[in-house]
Design a protein around this ligand. Sequence first.
Ligand code: TRP
Length: 74
Amino acid sequence: MSESMQGEYFVIKAKENGVHVIGLTRGQDTRFHHTEKLDKGEVMIAQFTEHTSAIKVRGKASIMTKHGTIETDA
Ligand code: TRP
């Protein structure tokens, strides 16, 4: 993904303390590369990038993407 081909943005809003947003690597080898911890009310705005092809969210949160908003059941 080149500089001019930036990935989609997504927004995560934590609904409790200790929500984890885990970034998974792009390419052959899929592994965790970063874990960001959010407390209640904290918002993370991020993109899918050359290094990040997927994310995993652990805990109660709202996840907003261009496809809509998803509430985790956790
Ligand atoms: N260094 C990471 C990257 O450029 C930063 C990052 C972007 C990230 N989006 C993320 C980390 C989503 C965790 C989750 O890919």
